[in-house]
Design a protein around this ligand. Structure first.
Ligand SMILES: Cc1cc2nc3c(=O)[nH]c(=O)nc-3n(C[C@H](O)[C@H](O)[C@H](O)COP(=O)(O)OP(=O)(O)OC[C@H]3O[C@@H](n4cnc5c(N)ncnc54)[C@H](O)[C@@H]3O)c2cc1C
Length: 191
């Protein structure tokens, strides 16, 4: 939704939104496409064996999930596109820092992740290519975290930051750091 808003703003002639609109679609495509197959596998597992059977719609959704990161632009190519934007349109990165700025000082995991990102991005763009996947992923995660810190209930934002950016962050779904406010999260889903 934030990416879509950047395009609305650009259409109204807002320069910073136009700048964001150069970067955010690539971040959204890369990150959602990479998450999609794992997400589908987890959804299938929730249904147990019936989710795996071909009669289940999940079997088809699972099979089709990887195509997003092929026909919508492969992961590597999107990451190269991110580097191209950073090289040719430095105003896009400025707009990114402006976007996350209001969230600073509210979550230690996000603050540490942003500081680390800033340090790494001080490198010349050509030096960033070997880590382009990490960089694209981190830009997407930091943007998500910054938006949640600003707009979501604290239980959601805090858990997201700890689970995605903290030291207990892991690659699998459903692994929340110890002490996560599970009751508050579940109550929100049920309401
Ligand atoms: C079901 C389906 C429907 C499609 N429909 C259409 C359509 O309607 N119209 C259309 O135009 N196209 C269509 N396509 C094609 C689609 O756009 C391409 O598959 C897509 O652009 C990827 O290109 P490719 O298949 O040649 O893979 P490649 O570009 O050869 O990629 C193969 C691998 O190489 C990597 N790679 C490629 N270049 C680089 C690089 N420079 N640096 C590092 N790694 C790299 C990629 O990340 C990937 O892992 C469709 C594809 C599918 C699967």
């Amino acid at each position: 939704m934030r990416t879509a808003r950047a395009f609305d703003g650009a259409a109204r002639g807002e320069k910073s939104e136009r700048a964001l609109g150069r970067l955010l679609p690539a971040l959204a495509k890369y990150w959602h496409n990479k998450r999609s197959p794992g997400f589908m596998a987890e959804a299938m597992e929730c249904l147990g064996g019936i989710g795996y059977m071909e009669e289940s719609p999940l079997a088809r959704l699972y099979r089709e999930a990887p195509v997003n990161s092929i026909w919508e632009g492969s992961g590597n190519v999107i990451c190269l596109d991110v580097l191209r934007v950073l090289g040719r349109h430095p105003e896009a990165l400025d707009a990114f820092w402006q976007e996350v700025a209001p969230a600073r000082g509210q979550d230690r995991h996000l603050d540490a992740a942003l500081a680390d990102l800033e340090r790494r991005m001080a490198e010349p763009v050509e030096a960033l290519e070997p880590g382009a996947r990490w960089l694209t992923q981190r830009l997407a995660q930091c943007l998500q975290a910054a938006l949640l810190v600003q707009h979501a209930p604290a239980a959601v934002a805090d858990t997201f930051c700890a689970a995605r950016l903290g030291s207990e962050a892991g690659p699998t779904y459903g692994v929340l750091p110890s002490g996560s406010p599970c009751a508050a999260l579940l109550a929100r889903i049920e309401s």
